[in-house]
Design a binder for this molecule. Structure first.
Ligand code: B12
Length: 212
């Protein structure tokens, strides 16, 4: 479908208007929202990341690509939620303190919502105190922590420790993710799970719910 490629190009070129138009057209043509995210939007952001690393893209291009991604995601999110089956599982998610990267976290949140989980998104640069308060108030079964910077990875451990100090650690499973995070790091800081991508996060939560 031509619009799938158009959406990829729109994100790569940071064209939010075109991303919106292509998403509307792709949906009208019968495209699956989840397929648009994993087949078009995530690969486009991956390419943006590579271009940034190759110093062909700079911060303004990154921000524009993120905005284009958001404009498409705004159209897809309600559809993902509508197609998902509501379950009594609540997830609190956020990017940890000091870290403003929220694109991957937003994808994980959308896919979890689309899979029927109730998601409470605390946003980016979230302190351990804010995670603790959200767990106390909203009583989720899962807390998802995202970090994209090596310097903010320790905030994941701070958050896990804060949940322990507040006597809440046994009430929630903590999952971690983000480009620099590894399974080994997850084990080191006492997380309950790690996945390298959003669909893996959905599978992980399902497995943990089944007690596997
Ligand atoms: C976009 C971007 C930005 C944007 C962020 C916009 C936004 N709203 O998010 C802006 C321009 C603001 C930015 C700023 C900075 N950035 Co930046 N950024 C990126 C970039 C290009 C892409 C990140 C991204 O969105 N990837 C796409 C998403 C879909 O992937 P993802 O986040 O990894 O998420 C997936 C998985 O990891 C997983 N996942 C994510 N979270 C979770 C959580 C759980 C629980 C689970 C299970 C899974 C999971 O699922 C997601 C979907 O599949 C990366 C380069 C790269 N290749 O990653 C650099 C990068 C992360 N940035 C970097 C840096 C250094 C910075 C700055 C410090 C730059 C500066 N000098 O100011 C600032 C930091 C600001 C701050 N305090 O946070 C470095 C980090 C280096 C490091 N090792 O620490 C990178 C790697 C670039 C580089 N090579 O230098 N950045």
């Amino acid at each position: 479908m031509a619009q799938v490629k158009e959406l990829y190009d729109a994100i790569l070129n940071g064209n939010a208007k075109q991303a919106h138009v292509s998403t509307v057209a792709a949906l009208a043509g019968g495209a699956d929202p989840m397929e648009l995210i994993s087949g078009s939007m995530v690969p486009a952001m991956d390419e943006v990341g590579k271009l940034y690393e190759a110093e062909e893209y700079f911060v303004p291009e990154l921000l524009l690509a993120g905005r284009a991604m958001k404009s498409a995601m705004e159209l897809l999110k309600p559809l993902l939620v509508a197609s998902g089956q509501r379950m009594a599982t609540r997830v609190v998610i956020g990017t940890v303190k000091g870290d403003l990267h929220d694109i991957g976290k937003n994808i994980v949140a959308s896919m979890l919502e689309g899979s029927g989980f109730e998601v409470i998104d605390l946003g980016a640069d979230v302190s351990s105190e804010a995670f603790v308060a959200a767990v106390k108030e909203r009583k989720p079964q899962f807390v998802c922590l995202s970090a994209l910077l090596t310097v903010t990875m320790p905030s994941m451990k701070t958050t896990i420790d804060a949940l322990g100090n507040a006597g809440l650690r046994t009430q929630v499973k903590v999952l971690v993710g983000g480009a620099p995070v590894t399974m080994q790091y997850a084990n080191e800081i006492g997380a309950d799970g790690y996945s390298e991508n959003a669909s893996g996060a959905v599978g992980l939560i399902r497995r943990l719910l089944e007690g596997a």
